[in-house]
Ligand binder design. Structure first.
Ligand code: PLP
Length: 386
């Protein structure tokens, strides 16, 4: 059976160039970067070169790059590290209702430590209003954390505007750019970003490796204690194969960014217009300010999970806006924050395109989905009541 992967926001296939450099560091150059002998030194050189490659992708300096175990750890380090190191300055942070759980659950954990958190609302497209950010800043605010682009609906936030406000008010600005990096241009200086999280496996690199960019001079405490690795900010022997893999992925992402964006936008817009031609289908997220590879729609009178299973039987891998938590299907917190009614949120589907997808993949979805929707609707009491 034909198999089509349209879940690139969940994870991406490792590029062959990436797998190749990783292999070298698994079986040949396997030294510990902290060792003084030649094996250690060649691993150290690779890690420092990788720091430079990742820095170049986001306009940072190599010494501002801290390698972590992924986006989740980078988000934890940003929030917990800044909150704990700046207690004397204040105990208030601002974030949004549509962040990934790596941010939301970390913020909730910090609330239990006595931190005050403001969760900003979004509009119907999932956009944060920078003026609302400004209004929420208090004398005790130490950090603003707003994601660069949403993982579910693809909405791209006005991070530069938010960065300007944060800088003006003397508050640190963190952005979770896990979905944005490699898919849209990001520059930590032009965008006034003090901390930025990114992840290897979303940019055709390996899983289990990520980065927290920390602007020089930012007060932050480590959350993982041990040796003096990563400038005393993240202890533990470096994941050298992961780091060199991320480095290669970052290098290619930087070189190919424009071409990559244009290619994905072409596929995305073809898929969106085809899906919207099915009756009672709506686009979720912003019509223009969206990630080049993101398509999120709600199909009325049908359950997202049912469509996912039917698509899977046809070899198509997508994702829905529901997460099966403790036996009950809860609709996505992102769609609900956008004011989308429960029943519409339940019928959501996300297709996330990547560089290995083709126009034929899109056309295949458009060939099989209308039949699936028709069949499921024929069994739905809600559709019958239309
Ligand atoms: N933040 C966002 C916006 C994400 O989409 C993800 C992954 O889905 C993460 C953080 C977590 O990254 P990781 O899987 O590298 O821990």
């Amino acid at each position: 059976m034909r198999k089509i992967y349209l879940d690139n926001a969940a994870t991406t296939r490792v590029r062959p160039e990436v797998a190749e450099v990783m292999m070298t560091h698994l079986v040949e150059k396997y030294g510990n970067p902290s060792s003084v002998h030649s094996f250690g030194r060649e691993a150290r050189v690779a890690v420092e070169e990788a720091r430079g490659q990742v820095a170049a992708l986001i306009g940072a300096k190599p010494e501002e790059i801290i390698f972590t175990s992924g986006g989740t750890e980078a988000d934890n380090l940003a929030l917990k590290g800044v909150a704990r190191a700046n207690r004397s300055k204040g105990n208030h942070i601002i974030t949004t209702r549509i962040e990934h759980h790596a941010i939301l659950h970390t913020a909730e954990a910090l609330e239990k430590e006595g931190l005050e958190v403001t969760y900003l609302p979004v509009d119907q497209y999932g956009l944060v209003d920078p003026e609302e950010v400004r209004r929420s800043i208090k004398a005790s605010t130490i950090l603003i954390s707003v994601m660069a682009a949403n993982n579910e609906v693809g909405t791209v936030q006005p991070i530069r505007e938010i960065g300007v406000i944060a800088r003006e008010k003397g508050v640190y600005f963190h952005t979770d750019a896990v979905q944005a990096v490699g898919n849209i241009p990001i520059d930590v200086n032009a965008d006034h970003i003090d901390l930025l999280s990114l992840s290897g496996h979303k940019i055709y690199g390996p899983k289990g490796v990520g980065v927290l960019y920390i602007r020089r001079g930012t007060r932050i405490q480590p959350i993982v204690h041990g040796g003096a690795h990563e400038r005393n900010k993240r202890a533990g022997t470096e994941n050298v194969p992961g780091i060199v893999g991320l480095s290669k992925a970052a290098e290619l992402a930087r070189i190919e960014l424009k071409e990559h964006m244009d290619y994905l936008k072409g596929l995305r817009d073809r898929l969106i217009s085809g899906l919207l031609s099915i009756e009672d289908v709506q686009l979720n997220g912003h019509p223009e300010r969206r990630l080049p590879g993101n398509v999120n729609v709600s199909v009325r009178y049908v359950e997202g999970e049912a469509m996912l299973l039917s698509l899977d039987l046809k070899g198509i891998a997508a994702s829905s806006g529901s997460a099966c938590t403790s036996g009950s299907l809860e609709p996505s917190h992102v769609l609900l924050a956008m004011g989308i009614p429960h029943e519409v949120a339940h019928g959501s589907l996300r297709f996330s395109l990547g560089k290995f997808n083709t126009q034929e993949d899109v056309d295949y979805v458009l060939e099989v989905l209308p039949e699936i929707v028709q069949r499921l609707r024929s069994m739905s009491p809600f559709a019958a009541a239309r």
